[in-house]
Write a protein that binds this ligand. Structure first.
Ligand SMILES: [Zn+2]
Length: 244
């Protein structure tokens, strides 16, 4: 572990953090997401072929996310506490870059969150790309139109599909350039460009720390690795940073 207190920390989070809250995400191992083929529900081509099916899929994901049983877990809470502690003591900045499309980091209290793969509780106009909130289990149907165009255009899920450019890449690279520590939590190391951030961080000379259930494809790139469930390992690490 690094010996001096890191000032600016960039934390990449992935499916492993949300899994402990009961949210299933896309698995690269079998190419399925809740039994749906990824080409059908997470590509622009799939949406063009069958927008109703794609809307139904994200309606189901949204209803699951908004179910009262789904809550932030201790890993989300610990990261929010770390950010608040840094903020209130003027220690530096904690930025969460998440591949997750849920809002569990925000619900736990994190403020500084970049959703590089989009957000389930938002939709956007296919023409103007104006983003609107959709924090409701009310299903989106393909006849629901935007408010920004006349005639109204379709509102698509505000999700970065395979083959599309992730959001905030410039901002993420800037944050990395200002960081003293890069941390990855619960991410497989399979999905680029996020999987490449550890190499960017190393090129910038940053210490890099991985939390995972087991060694990821990228494990050898990290200077330190901690294995186990994120809801146990992450709070422990945060306590060690706050109380040193
Ligand atoms: Zn519009």
């Amino acid at each position: 572990m690094q010996t001096r207190q890191p000032k600016n920390i960039v934390i990449l989070t992935g499916a492993g953090v949300s899994a402990d809250s009961g949210i299933a995400t896309f698995r690269a191992s079998d190419g399925l997401w809740e039994n749906h083929n990824i080409e059908e529900v997470a590509t622009p081509e799939g949406y063009a072929r069958n927008p109703e099916l794609v809307q139904r899929f994200y309606n189901e994901r949204r209803a699951q996310l908004l179910d009262p049983t789904i809550k932030p877990n201790p890993a989300h809470t610990a990261l929010a506490e770390l950010e608040a502690h840094y903020q209130s003591n003027g220690m530096g900045n904690v930025t969460v870059v998440t591949q997750n499309i849920d809002d569990l980091h925000e619900r736990a209290g994190s403020k500084n969150v970049l959703h590089m793969h989009g957000e389930l509780l938002k939709l956007r106009c296919v023409k103007t790309e104006q983003v609107v909130d959709w924090r409701s289990v009310e299903p989106v149907i393909s006849s629901d139109g935007c408010q920004c165009c006349s005639p109204a255009q379709a509102l698509r899920p505000h999700i970065v599909w395979f083959g599309e450019m992730p959001f905030y890449l410039d901002e993420i690279h800037y944050k990395l350039s200002q960081a003293d520590l890069f941390v990855a939590i619960g991410t497989s190391g399979n999905v680029y460009p996020a999987a490449g951030f550890v190499a960017n961080a190393r090129n910038l000379g940053l210490p890099t720390l991985e939390f995972n259930l087991e060694a990821s494809n990228n494990a050898s790139l990290f200077s330190d690795s901690i294995y186990g469930r994120a809801l146990e390992t992450v709070p422990q690490w945060v306590r060690s940073l706050i109380h040193r």
